[in-house]
Design a protein around this ligand. Structure first.
Ligand SMILES: [Zn+2]
Length: 56
């Protein structure tokens, strides 16, 4: 149902929320994005792109 493209969008959205909202943004991401993201069986796309701050 969801593929890598969707995962990429979700990861980027979560990162944007964090950038804009900080902890509140993270809370929104965890509530809204994480449940969907967890259904996609693919690694963090931002790590793959080398621009992830969450996982170093
Ligand atoms: Zn990552």
């Amino acid at each position: 149902m969801f593929g890598r493209k969707a995962a990429e969008k979700l990861d980027n959205t979560a990162a944007a929320l964090h950038r804009v909202g900080g902890k509140a943004g993270d809370a929104v991401a965890n509530a809204v994005i994480a449940p969907v993201r967890n259904q996609i069986n693919t690694g963090c796309t931002r790590c793959a792109n080398g621009k992830c701050r969450k996982h170093g």
